[in-house]
Design a protein around this ligand. Structure first.
Ligand code: PHE
Length: 492
């Protein structure tokens, strides 16, 4: 049986029936600690407890005065020989005190009064006087500590006005049970909750018992700071890609149309560039583009006639002015395609990923927001093919805990072949679209990388997966600072 050090201390002193106050004194524990430990002992069947009400007695101002100077009847006894006239007593004590004193002398059978004369019969010091003295010495007495004679005396003192202050107080009685006595006598090894350097050095820990934690104990909930569930999920995704041998890359939220669209072989009249989808910046509405001089000519010919890629291009004439427009990136593919320009042949195979915010002018509803996260990645490797792409995506979703995954044919201007991965959501009994993927077309790869090479690419939505993963039904809830939800949501 596990015993708290306080319980052990109490069992040590509890050899017979005792009050909590006595136990507190003997064990040098505080009264609260004793009460608490006693109730633990009672639930463990090691002690029985009984509650009693006692009266705590203290002197009031008249009581203090009488204890010092003597009760009026004592004053009379001191004043008078065998007999005296009542008048003479009244003269020396005052009428009021004389009559109180005389009354009590009669009641206590210490004097007889005949007419105007008082005869003293008994001068003995009575129990009530003794109790008064005792009270002035002890300051406080408990009625349960009084002898029968003292109890009778208390009745006398009580019936007099403004002598005593009496307050009711609960006391706790405890007796050891048979088992409690046995445990107490055996002397339980003192258990400790902390292993100190001193105990380690002295070897004293060998005789101690280390107290185990009681994990069922109720504690007030605390809400320490923790990461937002969404940040936490992003970290998990990051770990999955890192564990698959990918390196993380980052890019700016404000991009040029060039890196967001043109470098990805998206025609300049593509509907996705419309004001409806893309947020164009007013200030600055055009920007200097990193690497523009080096890549713009290759991108231009590829758009107009395919250049050296073997493609016929989109035709028409490509405008550098349109490419320089400033936008909020609509996908993180802007980051991965720019990364192609940083790679040399000797860097291959290269595997990178990027997790970041993207922006589109969408009407807000339970599954759409104008800003959302994408999980982007590319594998640049002469040896990879389309099946590797499906394998990587499947592995990623399986590591995220999704079991049923399928791929649907899709179209993107910058990939061929293209697919959309989907996961099956059991709760809703439907397939959920997750984003796009495919193999970058030579029209993208050749101008940026400088040579043709298979590039597996994907851009997956994160927020829908997050909503699903965090047990939410509305994408907007991800960004609402609902403290209750944030506090209670378990971050696994
Ligand atoms: N960029 C596409 C989107 O935002 C997804 C995609 C990325 C598709 C890479 C193919 C290759 O929907």
């Amino acid at each position: 049986m596990e015993l708290h050090p306080h319980e052990i201390k109490i069992l040590d002193v509890l050899d017979e029936k005792k009050t909590n106050k006595e136990i507190a004194e003997e064990s040098s524990l505080g009264l609260d600690a004793v009460n608490r430990a006693l109730s633990w002992l009672a639930t463990k069947g090691l002690a029985d407890m009984k509650e009693d009400i006692t009266e705590e007695i203290t002197l009031r101002s008249d009581g203090i005065l009488y204890a010092r100077e003597g009760l009026p009847e004592r004053k009379i006894l001191e004043l008078v020989g065998d007999k005296a006239s009542i008048k003479s007593i009244q003269e020396s004590l005052g009428k009021k005190e004389a009559s109180i004193g005389l009354g009590w002398l009669r009641r206590k059978n210490q004097a007889k009064i005949e007419g105007d004369v008082i005869w003293i019969i008994n001068r003995g010091v009575k129990a009530d006087e003794k109790l008064l003295k005792l009270l002035s010495r002890e300051e406080e007495l408990s009625s349960s500590d009084l002898s029968p004679a003292q109890k009778k005396a208390l009745k006398f003192l009580r019936s007099r006005q403004s002598l005593l202050e009496i307050r009711e107080r609960k006391i706790l009685w405890a007796v050891p049970t048979k088992e409690g006595r046995r445990v107490g006598e055996m002397g339980v090894k003192e258990s400790i909750s902390q292993l100190t350097p001193e105990l380690l050095i002295s070897g004293g820990w060998k005789d101690k018992k280390l107290r185990s934690y009681d994990v069922d104990l109720y504690v007030k909930p605390t809400y320490p700071a923790k990461r937002h569930p969404l940040s936490h999920l992003i970290d998990r995704i990051r770990m999955v890609f890192l564990s698959m041998g990918f390196k993380e890359i980052k890019g700016p939220l404000i991009e040029s149309a060039f890196w967001n669209f043109d470098a990805l072989f998206q025609p300049q009249d593509h509907p996705a560039r419309d004001m409806h989808d893309t947020f164009y910046l007013k200030e600055p509405d055009h920007m200097e583009i990193e690497g523009f001089r080096r890549y713009k000519d290759d991108v231009k010919v590829t758009h107009e006639n395919g250049g050296t890629t073997g493609s016929t291009g989109w035709g028409g004439s490509w405008s550098g002015e349109t490419a320089q427009k400033t936008i909020l990136r609509t996908h993180t593919t802007a980051v991965t395609c720019k990364h192609l320009t940083k790679l040399e042949k000797t860097d291959l195979p290269a595997k990178v990923f990027c997790i970041g915010k993207t922006f589109r002018n969408e009407a807000v509803d339970y599954k759409h927001l104008p800003e959302f996260y994408q999980i982007e990645g590319i594998v640049v490797d002469p040896k990879v093919n389309f099946r590797n792409l499906l394998g990587i995506l499947r592995e990623f979703y399986e590591k995220m805990g999704f079991r049923k995954i399928r791929f649907r044919p899709a179209y993107f201007p910058y990939t061929e072949m293209s697919v959309e991965p989907e996961i099956y959501v059991e709760e809703r009994g439907e397939w959920m679209e997750l984003g796009g993927s495919g193999m970058f077309r030579p029209e993208v790869v050749k101008p940026l990388l400088g040579f043709d090479c298979p590039v597996l690419a994907w851009g997956l939505g994160l927020d829908r997966v997050a909503t699903q993963n965090l047990g939410l039904t509305d994408i907007r809830d991800l960004y609402i600072s609902d403290l209750g939800w944030l506090r209670n949501h378990r971050v696994l």
